[in-house]
Design a protein around this ligand. Structure first.
Ligand code: ANZ
Length: 943
């Protein structure tokens, strides 16, 4: 009987779907185990073989855990809002919902045919109103919360309002905007409602503020820092500029320290933790105020080195600093303004990256040194970033390279506070060593003490305090896009109001055009039915909007809705919790569901999400924890980043002299340009199918070819697998030709999960023929009830041991070779025993589930799935050698060997050896003086 994989795989996929084999229950006595994949964005191109790598690994683990008796939650869904669908809509007029649904169909078909054990009954789609109802709900919870630093957690905004009305904000220790004024209870109670709302926005965990954003004119939207690579948009490579806009922001900075601390409690890859740590960027130092001469104004600076204060010979402000306009003298005005205008064109990243180009302008103003009272010139320079620290620095040219370069360039004095002292790293580390000179009361103090003393003296002056600064910024949460979650927000007199949760979801309105409006409003500005009626609690036509705030006009309770939508990370920041109870319409999830599933035990996905999704999701989880919705502060105990599967691109070489395509071996010194061609046009010997190439792209239709030995040999290069390089391999083709089980095994066989590795379709034949051998081993067996031999058992048990260890260590590639060895051995042993073949099928089943199901059925288990059978238990006894080739020596000289059971006693061994004919030959009738037996080792006959 043939191994007909196409038939077998279709049969079992149907069986699993019909029987809901992988449906997880929320109510069971079994221990839970939650295995999660990062859900895909369903792009128009479908999956290539690089995409399922992580999914196969997590599927093996999920299946293994089921065999181990766990109740496994292994869901899948779609991150289905996003820019590509919207851009396609702009180009073609197709509604993004339609293209998204089509793409999802393709994804589902592709995922199904790989045989994943997903519980599809729990599927979520972030663009489904039933799902984003809860994204909107979380937004409202954030709006209605503030961060209490004393309690070190988020709390209900009502507690803050109560405090304001009884005590004002003097004693409130909250994370809030820098410019929050102080007020008493009577001030608060006298404020108008609008004034109160404005103040509360300074405390809410999501708030509206004028923020400097990364504006991408080509995409017509704001981008997050992690969406910008080398100063241009990650998607499309368009220029990005800085611009001030009123935007929703998330006060993630309130969680900076907890996001750092939490990293110690989770088993995530160190490089990922490092990038989150750097992104959060904690620095300890001081804030120091420099007073401006002849003025009431002061400029605070953030410094990590307050001990160097006597070396500060000038100050530098970011060109965007709010005081620049006020302090610049009339003589310097023109120069300063020109410089400010020039820097507005440069992105922050460019400014940070470009350390060599020194530029700046003198404001004409002077500050006063806090201790020496000497005048200090105030400059502006674009190496100082507006959004970090206070946007101003005390410049210490002998301590900081950028300050030094600046001082040199503009000929500013460079006082030496390190004169004659050791400033090596060791000196810093040494508690006793002095590293500062020419610094008044700091002279003679070791580094740490100098820092403390400087802060102490500044505090005495009322001009400084110790401060911890984080590089992390609040996250801008508004996008000028159509295809995203609408905000549950309307505006009354310019102030944002939340729609009550019971009226959610607020569904995306229809629009004529997906582009920004002519007046520069986001695409939702094109919607004509996009106003909130507070009487009917419904979205109504814009025509109904009342003229609130206009004197003499009655406010009819209909108000404009928010025009921005939420960013891509909104929908992915709590999806892991929603899977626990995905159809709940009354709550994001029930208490029962979250109490049972708690958190993700294993999360697998790409490392590119380190400072985006994985940071935001941790933030929202901590918030949900503070507000009592979840019981775990970290959502995923363990995380693995799968490596990238690279493609093997194929290249032809165009001779620039005459346009001929030159076979690789004949290039020599010719001036050629390599061109990518589709890898499907090339066979495993790197020979190009010339006729197919001519049909593939019109450019090649009339090409002339220079061949070697009758063939065109292409060049090969390993690159990222991407449509752009025509090196994508479609899993559909592999599944049709070799089957899903071969694909699964091969993806694992390629190498360690976390490493990047090249794809080479030719290599799949190895695992494919292994599966055929496995099949044969079962099909050739007839008398299944034969007792297993010790060798059979040994082969089986060493396989159980290895495979179990491998899965536990996520070392899936090594299991595949173990299976190969096992099947070779059992084939050689002509094993037919059910007691061996049954457990082997279970071992194989997480990796190659279809064939395992089929073999299980063939072994007589009708209409049951192997996926629920207990994992075989390793028994060490079978690995023990049962016999040993004893060397038999005469007077210390080894003469022959004989096999003896290891169970024999000393006496039994002696008897057996003495009875051997070779012993008799050696002794020739003599009686030995002594027979020395060392069980398990040797026998020596003396005399
Ligand atoms: C004086 C000084 C002396 C500094 C010295 C360094 C060395 P991190 O570790 O990144 O927090 N700085 C502060 N705000 C800045 C801004 N907005 N743009 C650019 N640079 C800024 O670094 C903090 C240090 O970077 C601060 O300490 C300040 O320079 C500078 F020997 O102050 B320092």
């Amino acid at each position: 009987m043939q191994y007909n994989f196409n038939e077998i795989e279709a049969k079992w996929q149907k069986y699993w779907a019909e029987n809901q084999t992988f449906k997880a229950e929320n109510n069971t006595d079994k221990e839970k185990f939650y295995v999660l994949d990062m859900f895909p964005y369903p792009s128009g191109a479908g999956l290539h073989v690089g995409h399922p790598l992580g999914y196969i690994a997590s599927d093996i683990y999920a299946r293994y855990k089921r065999h181990k008796g766990f109740n496994v939650l292994h869901p899948q869904g779609y991150d289905s809002f996003g820019l590509p669908a919207e851009q396609y809509a702009i180009q073609t007029g197709q509604h993004p919902a339609i293209t998204t649904a089509e793409n999802i169909k393709t994804y589902r078909r592709q995922l199904d045919q790989i045989g994943f054990s997903f519980d599809w009954s729990r599927e979520v789609r972030t663009s489904d109103p039933k799902y984003y109802k809860w994204t909107q709900w979380i937004f409202i919870q954030l709006f209605n919360s503030w961060y209490n630093k004393d309690a070190d957690k988020a709390e209900d905004i009502e507690t803050l309002i109560l405090e304001f009305s009884s005590n004002g904000n003097i004693q409130v220790n909250a994370v809030c905007d820098e410019d929050t004024p102080e007020f008493t209870a009577s001030d608060w109670n006298a404020f108008s409602s609008k004034e109160q709302q404005k103040i509360l926005l300074k405390y809410r965990l999501t708030y509206l503020a004028d923020t400097e954003v990364n504006w991408c004119p080509a995409l017509g939207t704001v981008l997050a820092n992690d969406e910008i690579v080398n100063g241009v948009s990650e998607r499309g490579g368009h220029p990005v500029i800085r611009k001030k806009m009123t935007q929703w922001s998330m006060r993630i900075t309130a969680y900076a320290q907890r996001l750092l601390d939490g990293l110690d409690t989770i088993d995530w890859p160190q490089p990922l933790k490092d990038s989150q740590t750097n992104w959060i960027g904690r620095s300890q130092g001081a804030e120091v105020e420099f007073r401006i001469q002849n003025s009431e104004l002061g400029i605070p600076v953030f410094t990590t080195r307050p001990d160097t204060i006597f070396g500060a010979s000038f100050m530098t402000l970011a060109p965007e600093h709010e005081l620049v306009g006020q302090i610049t003298t009339p003589e310097q005005k023109a120069e300063v303004e020109a410089y400010v205008a020039a820097t507005a064109k440069r992105s922050e990243r460019d400014r940070m990256a470009d350390v060599k180009a020194i530029s700046g302008a003198f404001t004409g103003a002077y500050a006063e040194h806090p201790f020496t009272k000497q005048p200090i010139p105030i400059w502006i320079g674009d190496y100082v970033l507006a959004g970090y620290g206070t946007g101003a620095v005390m410049s210490v040219p002998c301590g900081d390279q950028r300050d030094y370069d600046f001082a040199k360039h503009f000929d500013i004095s460079i006082p030496n506070i390190f004169e004659g002292v050791d400033i090596s790293e060791e000196a810093f580390a040494d508690k006793e060593k002095t590293i500062i000179a020419n610094s008044d009361f700091l002279n003679g103090l070791p580094y740490k003490k100098a820092v403390k003393t400087a802060i102490y003296e500044l505090e005495k002056l009322g001009q400084g305090k110790g401060k911890v600064n984080y590089r992390l910024r609040d996250a801008v949460f508004s996008r000028q896009r159509y295809w995203g979650e609408p905000f549950p927000v309307y505006y009354v007199d310019g102030m944002p109001q939340m729609i009550a949760s019971e009226h959610l979801p607020i569904e995306l309105p229809e629009v004529e055009k997906y582009l920004p409006t002519e007046t520069g409003e986001p695409p939702l500005g094109n919607a004509t039915v996009w106003a909130w009626d507070t009487q009917k609690n419904a979205v109504v036509s814009n025509e109904n909007i009342g003229l609130s705030g206009v004197e003499g006009q009655e406010d009819n309770g209909v108000y404009p809705l928010e025009l921005n939508t939420m960013p891509g990370w909104a929908g992915s920041s709590q999806y892991f919790n929603r899977y626990m109870d995905p159809h709940n319409d009354d709550a994001i999830f029930s208490k029962e569901a979250i109490d049972y599933w708690q958190d993700v035990d294993l999360y697998i996905g790409g490392s590119e999400h380190a400072t985006g999704h994985l940071l935001y999701a941790r933030f929202w989880q901590k918030f949900m924890f503070d507000r009592g919705y979840v019981s775990k502060e970290e959502f995923a105990k363990k995380l693995i980043n799968q490596g990238m599967i690279t493609g093997t691109s194929a290249l032809v070489y165009r001779n620039e002299e005459n346009g001929q395509l030159i076979s690789k071996g004949l290039i020599g010194n010719l001036n050629v340009t390599p061109l990518h061609v589709d890898v499907s046009l090339v066979n495993s010997s790197n020979e190009l199918d010339i006729e197919e190439l001519k049909k593939w792209q019109p450019d090649f239709a009339d090409a002339a070819f220079v061949l070697e030995e009758g063939n065109y040999i292409v060049g090969r290069e390993v690159e990222k697998m991407s449509k752009r390089w025509y090196n994508v391999v479609n899993p559909d083709d592999i599944v049709t030709e070799y089957g899903a089980d071969s694909l699964r095994l091969y993806e694992m066989f390629l190498g360690p999960l976390e490493q990047s590795k090249p794809w080479n379709t030719a290599g799949i034949t190895g695992v494919h023929s292994f599966l055929k051998k496995l099949w044969k081993l079962y099909i050739s067996q007839s008398g299944a009830e034969v007792e297993p031999s010790p060798e059979n058992l040994k082969t089986l048990h060493k396989t159980i041991k290895k495979v179990e260890e491998d899965i536990e260590n996520f070392s899936f590639n090594t299991s595949v070779s173990t299976f190969m060895i096992c099947v070779n051995e059992l084939t050689a042993q002509k094993c037919k025993s059910r007691a061996i073949l049954e457990p082997l099928a279970i071992l194989v089943s997480p990796y190659a589930p279809h064939i395992a199901e089929e073999l299980w059925e063939k072994l007589g288990h009708d209409n049951t799935s192997i996926s629920k059978v207990a994992f075989p238990v390793f028994d060490e006894r079978h690995l023990a050698e049962s016999s040993k080739e004893y060397p038999i020596s005469f007077n210390g000289k080894m003469k022959f060997t004989m096999p003896l059971s290891l169970d024999l006693s000393k006496e039994e061994i002696e008897t057996a050896v003495m009875a051997h004919e070779k012993t008799q030959q050696q002794l020739q009738g003599r009686t030995p003086k002594k027979v020395i037996v060392v069980p398990g080792k040797i026998v020596n006959i003396v005399g």
